[in-house]
Design a protein around this ligand. Structure first.
Ligand SMILES: CC(C)(COP(=O)(O)OP(=O)(O)OC[C@H]1O[C@@H](n2cnc3c(N)ncnc32)[C@H](O)[C@@H]1OP(=O)(O)O)[C@@H](O)C(=O)NCCC(=O)NCCS
Length: 259
């Protein structure tokens, strides 16, 4: 791992691979604007652009020499958040390398489910044990212009109808951002266990009225396509969000059914 104050660049990537730099302390999260809205038992971490980050040797080995500084930075910060949530779940996982399967699917310790997101120099991670969590997803988005084409591609017809009733560009953009962010969270929560790719039309996000004017809230979503035996078509789920200025943090969770 990289010590505090070390800039993440190709040299530190090589040093991390060789295991020649010492462990980092995870920076206090208190100064950061978002907080966890996940249920008890789910660990959450958020780190910002000034955090030096830490990368375990096995994780550094996943990156090619040609990695761009931006990708190195986001990957490192995401893994740093992952280490933080794993340490919070149990000391045995404090230095667990979060490797990947396929292109980018993060691999958590057996019996743990979680998700990572990064945007604009920030990263978040959430993780919890299975049971009770069958899936946990998180996403962080920064406000950006939304084209009509993107709006139609991401939102289902019933979502478009709801959103079309909104007045004002701000409400519409934030409504889109929230639905998009929740859908990405749903994918990250369900895909690792279900193994079935879900497109943006595979779920409806039910945004409570006026949610885009609130700092935070809860929401519901419905799945329209089966994603493995635990996540049947028609299932409904819950989630939460926080809005801070031009940023939206969204997350969803699926708990195992009571036996
Ligand atoms: C995979 C996806 C969700 C990642 O989003 P992104 O905009 O690239 O970036 P984010 O910062 O939000 O998330 C990136 C992290 O997602 C995680 N991720 C990537 N693929 C994943 C997968 N198949 N399952 C779960 N998590 C995955 C990784 O941890 C990744 O970070 P890392 O590569 O540094 O480890 C997105 O690219 C995608 O494919 N979306 C289409 C599917 C979808 O959202 N459907 C909606 C269903 S309702």
């Amino acid at each position: 791992m990289c010590p505090p104050g070390v800039t993440i660049n190709r040299e530190t990537l090589h040093a991390a691979r060789n295991g020649t730099i010492a462990p980092d302390e995870v920076m206090s999260l208190m100064e950061y604007p978002f907080s966890s809205f996940f249920p008890t038992g789910a660990a959450f971490a958020l780190l910002g652009p000034t955090h030096p980050g830490d990368l375990l040797r096995e994780e550094a080995a996943l990156l090619p020499d040609t990695v761009t500084p931006e990708r190195l930075r986001e990957f490192t910060l995401g893994r740093t958040c992952a280490h933080s949530v794993l340490a919070a779940l149990g000391p045995q996982w404090a230095r667990f390398p979060v490797l990947r399967q396929g292109e980018r699917l993060p691999v958590w310790p057996a019996g743990v489910t979680g998700a990572i997101a990064h945007a604009g120099g920030w990263a978040v991670a959430v993780a919890g044990q299975t049971p009770p969590f069958l899936g946990l997803g998180v996403d962080l988005e920064r406000r950006r212009p939304v084209s009509e084409r993107l709006w139609r591609r991401i939102l289902r017809p019933e979502e478009q109808q709801q959103a079309a009733r909104l007045t004002g560009t701000d409400s519409r953009v934030m409504d889109f951002l929230l639905r998009f962010s929740v859908k990405e969270s749903i994918f990250k929560a369900l895909y690792p266990r279900g193994g079935v790719y879900l497109g943006f039309q595979s779920a409806t996000v039910q945004v409570p009225e006026g949610a885009w004017e609130q700092d935070q809230g809860e929401l519901r979503w419905k799945l329209h396509q089966e994603c493995g035996p635990d996540f049947p078509a028609g299932m409904e789920g819950v989630g939460g969000f926080q809005r801070r200025g031009e940023w939206v943090l969204a997350g969803v969770w699926v708990l195992s059914r009571p036996v």
